[in-house]
Ligand binder design. Sequence first.
Ligand SMILES: [Zn+2]
Length: 455
Amino acid sequence: MDLCSVFINKILFPAMERFKGNHIRQYVNELAESENLSYSELNTLHVDKLRELLLHAIDNVPAYKQYKKYRQDIIDDPVSAIENFTPLTKAEFRKNPLSYIASGINPNSLISNATGGSTGQPTKFYIDRKCVEYYEAARYRGLSWHDIKIGDRCVMIWGAPIELNRTGLVKYKLKERLLKNRFAIPAYDLNPDSVKSIVGKINRFKPVYLYGYASSMYLLAMLMLERGVKFNFQLTAAVSTSEVLHDYQREAMENAFNCPVINEYGAKDGGIIAYECPNGGMHISSENLHLEVLDMITLKPVRTGESGLIAVTDLNNFSAPRIRYIVGDTVSVSRDACLCGRSLPILSKIDGREDDTFITTDGVLVHGHFVNHIARNLKGIDQFRCIQHTRRDIELIIVKGPDFDMKEIEFFVSEIKKKMGDVEVTLNYTSTIPPLSSGKIRYAIREFSLEGGEK
Ligand SMILES: [Zn+2]
C-alpha cells in the first residue's frame, strides 16, 4: 500500500478542504457527473455558463464594457454573440493586462502566472483560485478515465531543472515528495550515460504514472530503447503534456515504458483544454471552457472539422476573464461522437508547436532546452533562435542586447559544438525574431523529421 497516497487522500485533501476552502474534489465529482449528461444537457450547461460569463464581463470588466450593446444578443444566444468580441491575441492582451480584471477585484488577491519566458516574450496573466481548482479538477477527471487517482505516485519528466537555491530546492523536493507524492527528473539530465541511474531511481520509486513533456519523455524512451534499459514494475500510464504528441513519440514511449500513453492538451494560460480517453478521443473540457477554431488570417470561425487557431474562453475565471483568447496552437474539432460514450466534444487534431529535440552527429537525441540553459546566463543576448537545418548544419540567430559581448557568442557556439558534435554553426544577427505562424516564438527548431534516418 502506498502510504503517501493514502495520506494525501484521507488526510491532506480533507484538511485542505476544511481549512483552506479547497474544492478540487468537489469539482472532480461535478465534472465526473456532467460528462455523463446527454449531448443536449451538456450543451445547455455550457451555454448557460458562457452567457453568465459574458454578461458579467460586459458589466464589470473594463476591457469588455464596449460590448454592452450586445447584451440582448448574449441573453438570446451567447454562442453566436461571442463572435462580436474581437479575438484576443497575446500581444493585445499584454498592452493592458489590468483592464481585464473585474472591477472590485484586487489583482494582489489573484494568482498571477506567466507563459514561458523561454519563448522570449512572457505574458503575465491572472486567474482566480476557483479557476485553478477547475483546471486541476479537469486534469484529475481525465486521469480518472485511466484509473489514476489524486495522490497517486508520479514521476515528472520536466524540460528544465527547478531554479531554486539549495534550501529552497530541499524544501521543494520534500513538498513534492510528501505532499504530492511525486518527484521530478529534468530532461536536461537525460543522456546516454545517465539513463541507467535515472531508470534505477524510477524503479526504486515505482510510480503509478509518468507525467511530462512529450519531447522529454520521448527522449527518455529512446535512451532506454537504445541502452536496453527497462522498468522493473508495471506503469499504469505515461501522460504526455504541453506539447504535440507525435505518433512516433507515442510508439517509442509505449515500447520503452510498456504502458499506454495518454495525451493531455493544456496551456498554462488556457488550463486543461482536452484529455484523451481510453478510446483515443481527445475530449474537450467543455464545462470549463468555450473553444472556437478561427481562420489564421481572418480570425473568423472555420467550419467544424477545419483546422485553425484555437481561441479559448475560460468559463470559470470571473475575476479576470479573457474572451476568445488565442492560445497559439492550431487544432481542429471533430463532428464525430467518441466510442467511449462521453458527450464531451472531441478535438480531431492538435498541431501546436513542439519544443524540438535536436539530434547530434552521433545520433544521440538532445532536448532543445539545452540551448536555452546556455543562453539565459548570457547577458548580451536579447533573443535567439537555434535552428538545426541538417544533422551537421546549425544556424544561430541572435538579437544583440546592450551588453553584447562577442566572447559570450564564442562560448555559446563552443557549448553547442560540445553537445552536438562536429557541426557547422552559422551565426546570423537580426533586430527581432518574429513569432512563427503558430504565434509562438520558438528558440529551438529542428527542421527535418527524425523518421527515415539521417538527413
Ligand atoms: Zn472518448
